[in-house]
Design a protein around this ligand. Structure first.
Ligand SMILES: Cc1ncc(C[n+]2csc(CCOP(=O)(O)OP(=O)(O)O)c2C)c(N)n1
Ligand code: SF4
Length: 256
C-alpha cells in the first residue's frame, strides 16, 4: 500500500478493494468497524482475492458496509449472514465467502447458525465485531457486555447471576469445530495482528480445510459515551482481560 501526501498531510492509502465512492464511510467517528474492514481490505489485497470474494453483512452497524467494498456484497437479515454465505459457498465452491456481523448477530440471534456452521466445518470465513453492545439499536446489553457493564438495558451494571456470563465466541467455536478449523481473536488495538488472523482465516477456507473464524475486539464510542482515550482503555484493559487475544485453533501445517 502506498501512502499519499495531500495538503502536507500524510494520507494512508486505501486498500484497492475498497469502494472509493462510498468514502468517507458511514460509521461513527472512532468506531472499530472501519478498522476491522481496513484489516480485511488489506488482507484481500495482499492475497489477490478481490474477484473471488462474496461478502455478507448482517443487520446491525455491519450493514453500513453494504457499499464499503468494490466486490460482491449481500446484506442479510439479522443473524442470518452465516447461512446465506454458507449457501453461496456450497453453490459456488470457488468463491471466498465472508460473513461479517456484530456480537449480537453472531452470538445472540445468529448463534444457532454460527455454532452449527462450525460443527459442520463449513468452508467459509466468519468475522464477528465484538463491541460489547448492540450498537445500531442504541447500546443495549449484548451477549458480550462485560460483568458490571452499564448499558441502556443494564443501567445498574450487568448482573451475571441474572444474565449469565458474557459469551466467549471463539472459545465456543473452537470447542465444537472439527479438525481443520481456524479460530482466532484479534483486536482493533493491533491491526497488523488482526490482518494476519484474517489472512490465515481466508487461506484456511481456500485450502478447503474447514470453518474459519475471527472475532475482533472493537469500540463503540457513541454508545459507550467514551472519548478516544477511554475507548482505547476499555478495549485494551477491560475487554482483553476477559476476552484473551490470540489464536485458539492455529493453521495446521500441511502434511508431506
Ligand atoms: C429479527 C430482528 N430482531 C431484532 C432486530 C433489531 N436489531 C437491529 S440491529 C440489532 C443489534 C445489533 O447489534 P450487533 O449485532 O451487536 O451489531 P452492532 O450494531 O453492535 O455492530 C438488533 C437487535 C432486527 N433488525 N431484526
Ligand atoms: S453506533 Fe457504535 S458500532 Fe455503530 S457505527 Fe456508531 S460507534 Fe460504530
Amino acid at each position: 500500500m502506498q501512502e499519499l501526501i495531500e495538503n502536507n498531510i500524510l494520507q494512508p492509502a486505501m486498500p484497492t478493494c475498497w469502494n472509493e465512492a462510498s468514502k468517507p464511510h458511514k460509521f461513527c467517528p472512532g468506531c472499530g468497524h472501519g478498522v476491522i474492514l481496513k484489516a480485511l481490505g488489506e488482507a484481500v489485497d495482499e492475497l489477490g482475492l478481490r474477484d473471488r470474494i462474496v461478502f455478507g453483512c448482517d443487520i446491525g452497524c455491519s450493514l453500513l458496509a453494504w457499499d464499503f467494498f468494490d466486490f460482491d456484497t449481500v446484506q442479510t437479515h439479522h443473524g442470518r449472514t452465516t447461512p446465506v454465505i454458507t449457501g453461496m459457498k456450497r453453490a459456488k465452491p470457488e468463491i471466498a465467502g465472508i460473513a461479517y456481523m456484530g456480537d449480537g448477530g453472531g452470538y445472540a440471534i445468529g448463534s444457532q447458525h454460527l455454532f452449527n456452521a462450525a460443527v459442520r466445518n463449513e468452508k467459509i470465513t466468519v468475522i464477528v465485531c465484538n463491541n460489547s453492545n448492540y450498537g445500531m439499536t442504541g447500546g443495549q446489553m449484548s451477549p458480550t457486555s462485560l460483568p458490571g457493564m452499564k448499558t441502556e438495558t443494564s443501567p445498574y451494571g450487568r448482573d451475571i447471576l441474572q444474565t449469565g456470563a458474557p459469551t466467549k465466541g471463539p472459545e465456543m467455536v473452537a470447542a465444537v469445530a472439527p479438525e481443520g478449523a481456524y479460530v482466532a481473536r484479534g483486536t482493533v488495538a493491533n491491526v497488523r495482528q488482526l490482518k494476519g488472523f484474517i489472512k490465515k482465516a481466508l487461506e484456511n477456507q481456500l485450502a478447503g480445510n474447514g470453518f474459519s473464524f475471527v472475532e475482533a475486539l472493537s469500540g463503540c464510542p457513541t454508545n459507550w459515551r467514551t472519548n478516544a482515550k477511554q475507548t482505547w482503555e476499555f478495549i485494551e484493559k477491560d475487554m482483553t482481560q476477559y476476552f484473551k487475544v490470540g489464536e485458539l485453533r492455529p493453521l495446521q501445517a500441511k502434511e508431506g
